[in-house]
Write a protein that binds this ligand. Structure first.
Ligand SMILES: Nc1ncnc2c1ncn2[C@@H]1O[C@H](COP(=O)(O)OP(=O)(O)OP(=O)(O)O)[C@@H](O)[C@H]1O
Length: 713
């Protein structure tokens, strides 16, 4: 079993992997042999190695007459689409051959001999740079000769017109060719992605697809979202005889050209003339073509989210994708919030707040979420399933841990092999959970599993995970530079090795503080300048201290993974790193450097807690992600002073927007001066004297404020 994070309770619902190897009812993996006809196996003489057995392809018919000679005398494996009709070429060659043919001759020769050519993901051609091929195993330099204008011209001449989103394709193929232009709009770079219909790729969520609910697929670029929903379209149209309409904004699901690719089966495809019209076409699909299911790739704007919610309200099953790592990203994205029902801040009465045991100002879901369930794609063969999206959103907004199921699939056979139901919980909740609960985190789930024919392990087992990987993490790009800086003038950032703290959170905080060039993360402890860990993890795993000692690294410890603590940690790490050498960063007394809470030493009153929580929620859910100001409730002046401290600890600005008798803060989406000035905490009278209704200046006295950058989706 793979190592899991200690913040999860893991209940393995499979006794062994074999119990999941049986297919869900009615399901079968469609292989090329089973589908026959157009999906027959490639003749063994085919020149290109294709390692994935379930990739749909047109049959390879190779006759001597098919071989053509290019202008430079080279022999090609496929007929030249320019000399025959594109449709004929498509049926006579594999799509990969057509893809390779689009590349300049010198690159084609090198690339087609590569051992992993069947798994090629992308070819990247940037003017004046060496052309690169991206494989699952990593990037590969195709040629030492830099890309020339002629190379780009050759490739663009082989593809269709570029639409306003700078994307194009090859007729009846699923490849996506994306252009980068210079300021004169000339093409100076191309990203050529190999598109494939991967039969069986939707087996991992077959039960959700067949269940008829709307499904939101989330994942980072390139993880396989489009491939998954293409297969869902085919599955629903061909196996379940549903009326499926695909709104194909970039022709990526159904391929380029007017006749859609066979990978979508009987599903119909509507093209979108202009990316800004995607939402119109979504509504048109429902109004004109009586679909039972609508498939839509890349819901990215508020209008598209609105159209999706309209479609869902009309009882049509919706399968859509959005960029983002987790549902939390969608909640924090103001354009996409609607997909999860929208969010509002609600102020409860004293009585209600006491009854619910929550602070007075809480965040709540505004309405029903557009999608029934959500799938967070971790990789092409692994995903997290949130069976009830609204319950997940409610849990996140209430600061609780959502329940989800992790599913894995055998790569080659596209057969689901493992499923685990998980709840992410805090350590102090852990022991209660382990000893007081004998039930699954989601009691309804057992029933559903049994109904859907999944074998459920009788002895559901709760485990604490002590592995290295955070299941809720997704990998991010990490720089691998060694810090060799001497003293005050370090040119490279300080590298932090985080332990059980999301690297993305740390980077996000650094970006918000404008310090992204000064601090970075590394997963190589040998390269790190400091370790940042959470106190609860260190309690669980005291050996981390040994590692820190061995590498002579200072260890900064935060008590909770809040943004405010992270801001303080960044500041402290940089303060220490900015004026001392690497050896100076060593924590000589080898004790942890604790990041103190901003909270007062005395026990805070309920009113204070309520007021500070109001600030935290407003900043983390509205001001930072939405870039909007938030006006807080009127408070007593001492409390406002505490709120202001907290606002400033996020490096944000605030103004007094109330009256003298009824002061209240408005948090502004401006960040304070980037310089690491010591914090000066203002008293309430300072606040009233200084601000009136004007924005507060920061401690450096500067009044110019820059707009807070939007956080990545
Ligand atoms: N199950 C799979 N097996 C093999 N290859 C796959 C699979 N899923 C996707 N791929 C390949 O991975 C690449 C990226 O896939 P895809 O375009 O579906 O990703 P995406 O998440 O939609 O990306 P983006 O968000 O950038 O549009 C493609 O080359 C595709 O052929």
């Amino acid at each position: 079993m793979r190592a899991l994070n200690s913040r999860f309770v893991l209940i393995d619902i499979t006794n062994n992997a074999a119990s999941w190897r049986h297919r869900p009812r009615h399901s079968h993996v469609i292989t090329m042999a089973q589908r026959g006809g157009a999906h027959q196996q490639r003749p063994s003489a085919a020149p290109l190695k294709q390692s994935h057995p379930s990739i749909l392809r047109t049959p390879m018919i190779r006759k001597p007459s098919d071989r053509t000679t290019s202008s430079n005398g080279s022999s090609l494996d496929c007929p030249n689409p320019a000399s025959t009709s594109r449709a004929a070429a498509a049926s006579a060659c594999t799509e990969l051959d057509l893809f390779l043919e689009m590349l300049p001759m010198r690159m084609r020769g090198e690339l087609s001999g590569h051992g992993e050519i069947g798994e090629l993901i992308e070819v990247v051609m940037d003017l004046g740079r060496k052309p690169l091929a991206r494989f699952p195993s990593g990037d590969w330099v195709i040629s030492d000769q830099p890309v020339k204008h002629e190379d780009l011209l050759h490739s663009t001449s082989k593809v269709g017109d570029f639409s306003d989103d700078n994307r194009s394709g090859i007729d009846r193929c699923l490849h996506r060719i994306s252009a980068i232009r210079n300021r004169k709009l000339q093409i100076i770079g191309l990203t050529c992605r190999v598109g494939r219909a991967v039969s069986g790729s939707a087996e991992i969520i077959r039960d959700l697809v067949e269940g008829g609910g709307s499904i939101l697929v989330i994942g980072p670029p390139g993880v396989g979202k489009t491939t998954l929903i293409r297969e869902i379209a085919r599955m629903l149209a061909d196996e379940h005889m549903k009326r499926v309409v695909i709104v194909d904004t970039s022709n990526e699901i159904g391929g380029d050209g007017d006749v859609p690719h066979e990978g979508i089966g009987r599903a119909r495809r509507m093209q979108v003339p202009n990316v800004n019209m995607q939402h119109n076409v979504m509504i048109e699909a429902v109004e004109n073509h009586m679909p039972e299911t609508i498939i839509i790739d890349e819901i990215g704007t508020e209008l598209e989210a609105l159209a999706a919610s309209t479609i869902a309200q009309r009882g049509v099953q919706l399968v859509g994708t959005a960029h983002g790592m987790t549902i939390d990203n969608i909640i924090k994205n103001p354009s996409l919030q609607l997909l999860v029902g929208g969010i509002e801040s609600v102020t409860l009465g004293d009585e209600e707040a006491r009854k619910r045991k929550v602070q007075k100002t809480i965040l709540e879901r505004k309405g029903p979420s557009t999608f029934t369930c959500a799938v967070e794609m971790i990789s092409k063969t692994e995903c997290r399933v949130h069976h009830r999206l609204d319950a997940t959103v409610d849990a996140i907004l209430a600061g609780k841990s959502p329940s989800f199921e992790i599913r894995q699939m055998e790569h080659e056979a596209n057969v689901p092999i493992k499923s685990t139901v998980m709840t992410k919980i805090d350590h102090h909740e852990l022991s209660d959970k382990l000893f007081n609960e004998n039930t699954s985190p989601d009691a309804d789930y057992d029933e559903e599993d049994e109904q859907s024919g999944l074998l459920v392990n009788e002895e559901k087992r709760a485990e604490v995970d002590f592995g290295d990987e955070d299941e809720y993490d997704l990998p991010i790009a990490k720089k691998k530079q060694r810090f060799t800086g001497s003293t005050s003038t370090r040119s490279s950032p300080i590298f932090v090795y985080t332990y059980k703290i999301l690297e993305a959170d740390l980077l996000q905080v650094a970006t918000v503080m404008g310090l992204e060039d000064e601090i970075d993360v590394t997963d190589d402890i040998g390269m790190a300048d400091a370790i940042l860990a959470s106190a609860s993890e260190i309690k669980q795993n005291p050996w981390i201290r040994g590692i820190a000692k061995f590498h002579k690294l200072p260890m900064f410890v935060i008590k909770s993974n809040t943004m405010a603590q992270m801001v303080k940690a960044v500041r402290m790490i940089l303060e220490r790193g900015s004026h001392i050498s690497r050896s100076g960063l060593v924590n000589r007394n080898s004790s942890d450097i604790e990041i103190e809470d901003d909270a007062p030493k005395r026990k805070p009153t309920l009113e204070e807690i309520d007021a500070l929580e109001e600030v935290r929620l407003a900043i983390e859910y509205i001001v930072i992600p939405g870039g909007e100001p938030v006006e807080l409730l009127p408070r007593r002046s001492e409390i406002i002073a505490r709120q202001l401290e907290l606002v400033k600890s996020y490096q944000l600005d605030a103004e007094n927007s109330g009256t003298e008798l009824n002061p209240r803060l408005q948090i502004l989406p401006h960040r304070l001066n980037k310089r690491l000035a010591p914090r000066t905490l203002k008293t309430t009278s300072d606040l009233q004297n200084e601000t009136g209704s004007k924005p507060l200046t920061d401690s450096s006295g500067g009044t110019s404020v820059t707009r807070l950058p939007f956080l990545p989706e």
